[in-house]
Design a binder for this molecule. Structure first.
Ligand code: SF4
Ligand code: SF4
Length: 432
């Protein structure tokens, strides 16, 4: 694609990067076929190619974002299916990241939209506040049908719908400190406690810690870990996202220097995609660029790390598992085989739902901010999953678990919970 940026515009490294990305696009439109919003809405402006044109026009003309650009960029799930499909290697992820930051800086959203986004940014990344909010959501649930009738309040109704009926008890898995390996030590890793995940489903990291320590790996929860920044990063709140990244980098570098780390284990693929991108996000910060690249290189999804441990084959359990590959897992991190291979080795029959490349509509805060499109994608996803007639659904991202879990009676668990069970841990509570 030809671009017409001035030398002055290209002096901004963010614009220079976006210009390079734009130039790679050859307008072929292959990406439209796998884009969930184009497939759902059928509007070229809700396709990757359409959004690329909108972003090019906005940046090239040095314009502030307008309502049209914001509408179509907000509808993008950042699922990155287009990146997997693109034959030309267009780095849409960093282009849309830049567009979102530009929108945040130049566009004044309607008051209710601004307020809801602010509340989400102030609550979701902090487990204590999030836990409190879930308690309030349970009380407010009867108001959801009323809120749903007023367009600007629909996100509030979506929040109430998504809140679980019961809050699990706080878990010891988030307490800082080391969990020693059983027997001889074959590795030492840090685990990301995360923000929303330990509140919604602490069993995931409990299973991870049990499994890894049983396999001889020391697991450390470093003091001071916090949210990875993904949620605010996808809202274009760059300062907040970079502050979270710097804070976690300091924590992990301290741990590397104190005891050494073979990996930083992440059990939510949305967080994994962002932490693997810290090196890029902080590339212009001389104080953090090197440290961020080091942390990104150590970041591993739990299934990536387990694959390297060569687990033994286990006899079949006669249980069929529908494996749902989160977008951040398959498109963001390009991890496609490892979870399925591990599940098969662990004695499960793996079934792959049709249209596995399409997003379930969760996408961070998307199911709150874009409830209608999200609901359509959820219905489509659940129909495909249920068609597999599986006994259980496994996935590697808490967002997908919450989204899909609200629409099906098939139990949904994290892949690592099944692996922990297969290799000597307890049966996941949802299967009891
Ligand atoms: S990230 Fe997903 S929703 Fe956004 S343009 Fe690409 S395929 Fe479409
Ligand atoms: S597939 Fe790639 S090159 Fe083709 S239109 Fe989409 S982004 Fe551009």
């Amino acid at each position: 694609m030809q671009t017409n940026f001035t030398a002055e515009q290209l002096a901004d490294p963010h614009v220079a990067e976006s210009e390079k990305i734009l130039r790679r696009c050859v307008h072929c439109g292959f990406c439209t076929a796998t884009c969930p919003t184009y497939v759902t809405l059928g509007n070229e402006l809700d396709s990757p190619r359409g959004r690329i044109y909108l972003i090019k026009d906005m940046l090239e003309n040095g314009r502030a974002a307008d309502a049209e650009v914001v509408t179509h960029i907000d509808r993008c799930l950042s699922c990155l299916a287009c990146v997997t499909t693109c034959p030309s290697g267009v780095d849409y992820m960093h282009l849309v990241d830049h567009a979102r930051v530009h929108i945040e800086k130049t566009y004044r959203r309607p008051p209710m939209d601004r307020l809801i986004r602010q509340v989400l940014a102030m609550v979701l990344p902090y487990p204590g506040r999030f836990r409190l909010a879930l308690g309030l959501a349970r009380l407010g649930r009867p108001l959801a049908p009323l809120l749903r009738r007023v367009a600007p309040l629909k996100p509030l109704a979506a929040m109430l719908d998504l809140a679980p009926q019961a809050r699990p008890k706080p878990s010891t898995s988030t307490r800082s400190g080391s969990r020693g390996p059983d027997g001889e030590r074959r590795g030492r890793v840090a685990i990301l406690s995360g923000c929303a995940q330990p509140v919604l489903d602490p069993g995931i990291n409990e299973a991870t810690i049990r499994l890894l320590t049983r396999l001889g790996v020391e697991v450390v929860v470093p003091q001071g870990e916090g949210c990875c920044g993904a949620l605010v990063h996808h809202m274009g709140k760059e300062d907040h996202a970079l502050a979270s990244a710097r804070s976690n980098i300091d924590v992990w570098i301290r741990e590397i220097e104190a005891g050494g780390l073979d990996a930083i284990i992440i059990t939510a693929s949305g967080c994994g995609t962002t932490i693997k991108d810290y090196g890029h996000m902080l590339r212009l910060d001389p104080a953090y660029a090197g440290k961020a690249a080091r942390v990104s290189a150590l970041a591993k999804d739990v299934t990536e790390y387990l694959s390297a441990l060569e687990l033994p084959e286990v006899e079949s359990r006669g249980l069929a598992v529908a494996y749902h590959s989160a977008c951040s897992m398959q498109h963001g991190q390009k991890i496609t085989m490892a979870p399925k291979v591990l599940l098969r080795k662990a004695g499960f029959t793996v079934r792959e739902p049709a249209e596995g490349h399409l997003c379930c509509g969760s996408a961070g805060t998307y199911n709150i901010m874009q409830p209608e499109i999200s609901a359509q994608l959820k219905t489509r996803k659940v129909k495909n999953i249920e068609a597999t007639r599986a006994d259980v659904i496994a996935t590697g991202n808490i967002g997908c678990m919450t989204q899909i879990g609200t629409a099906t009676a098939i139990p949904i668990v994290h892949t690592v919970e099944l692996l922990d069970w297969a290799y000597g841990g307890p049966k996941p509570a949802k299967l009891a």
